[in-house]
Design a protein around this ligand. Structure first.
Ligand SMILES: [Zn+2]
Length: 262
C-alpha cells in the first residue's frame, strides 16, 4: 500500500490522499483558539481505547480533554484512518496541560492496551500527520525525536512529568517506534510517497542461467529485464557491463549479479 504526503490548508485542515475525517462540530468542544507560534513539536499519545471511544470523549465538554489528531487501529476496524479534532494551527488541544500551547497532540488507538505496538498502518499515518504538521512554516518544527519539553520534534506524553499531568502515556513500546515514524516522514517529504518507489522483483544469478533462460522463466523480453535493471540501479555493475559487451545472451549471467524482473 502506498501512502502519500499530505498537506494542511490555510484553514488548518489536513487534506490529501488518505482517509481523513474532520470532526463535527469543528473544532471539537474541548480546546481553544488563540495560541501563537512557534510550536515545539508534536506529542505521541496512546488512547488506552479505540478511536470511536476517543471521538466520543473529545466531543463531550465534560471531559476537558482533546488532541489535534486521532489515528485509528485494527481494534475498531479503523487501522490507519485519521481523525482531525481541530485546526492544525492557532488552536490549542488539551492533551499535555502546561505544554498545550506549544505542542500538537496525536492520539493512537491501542485497543485498550498501550503495550500493543503501533501497527504498520498506524506508523505510516502517524508519519503522514507528523510530516504535514512539521512542514507548516512558522508553525512547523524539525523531523526528529524530542525527549524533554525543551527539545523540538516528536515527543511523548511522559517526558513532561508532573507539569504534563504525570502520565506514563504512551509507554515505551510505542515511544520507541518514533525513529521508524520519523524515517517514513522523511521519505514522504523527499519522495511525496511512502514507500519511495514500487517494490521490485529481483533475481540473483546462479552462474549457470543465461539471460535467455531467465527471459523464458519470467516471461519478459531480455531487453526489458536489462532496462528494468539499469533503471533501478542507475547503471550496470562492471561485471554486468563486461558480460553485456561480450554480446552472448546465451552465456550464463555472472554469478551473484542482481537483475530486476518486475
Ligand atoms: Zn497521553
Amino acid at each position: 500500500v502506498v501512502a502519500y504526503r499530505l498537506s494542511i490548508g490555510r484553514d488548518g485542515r489536513l487534506r490529501g490522499n488518505a482517509v481523513i475525517t474532520h470532526n463535527s462540530p469543528w473544532p471539537c468542544p474541548n480546546g481553544q483558539f488563540g495560541i501563537t507560534p512557534p510550536m515545539n513539536g508534536a506529542v505521541l499519545h496512546t488512547m488506552v481505547g479505540s478511536l470511536p471511544g476517543t471521538v466520543t470523549v473529545f466531543n463531550n465538554a465534560g471531559f476537558q480533554a482533546s488532541a489535534h489528531f486521532g489515528i485509528g487501529g485494527p481494534w475498531s476496524n479503523t487501522d490507519g484512518q485519521i481523525w482531525q479534532f481541530g485546526p492544525a494551527h492557532g488552536w490549542e488541544a488539551w492533551h499535555v496541560e502546561a505544554g498545550n500551547n506549544s505542542w500538537f497532540g496525536i492520539e493512537h488507538e491501542d485497543g485498550g492496551d498501550p503495550k500493543h505496538p503501533l501497527t504498520d498502518a498506524q506508523v505510516t499515518a502517524s508519519a503522514q500527520v507528523l510530516e504535514a504538521l512539521s512542514a507548516q512554516g512558522a508553525w512547523g518544527f524539525p523531523l526528529r525525536e524530542a525527549n524533554t519539553p525543551d527539545e523540538h520534534g516528536y515527543g511523548v506524553h511522559y517526558m513532561g512529568g508532573a507539569n504534563w499531568g504525570g502520565h506514563p502515556c504512551p509507554l515505551e513500546t510505542r515511544a520507541a517506534q518514533r525513529p521508524e515514524i520519523l524515517r517514513r516522514a522523511r521519505i514522504l517529504r523527499a519522495h511525496g510517497r511512502y514507500p519511495a518507489s514500487d517494490p521490485v522483483t529481483s533475481w540473483t544469478a546462479d552462474g549457470k542461467t543465461s539471460l535467455i533462460d531467465l527471459s523464458g522463466q519470467v516471461k519478459l523480453p531480455a531487453s526489458t529485464i536489462l532496462r528494468l535493471t539499469v533503471d533501478h540501479f542507475g547503471a550496470f555493475s562492471p561485471e554486468l557491463s563486461h558480460w553485456i559487451q561480450a554480446g552472448d545472451l546465451t552465456a550464463p549471467v555472472p554469478d551473484g549479479q542482481l537483475l530486476v524482473t518486475g
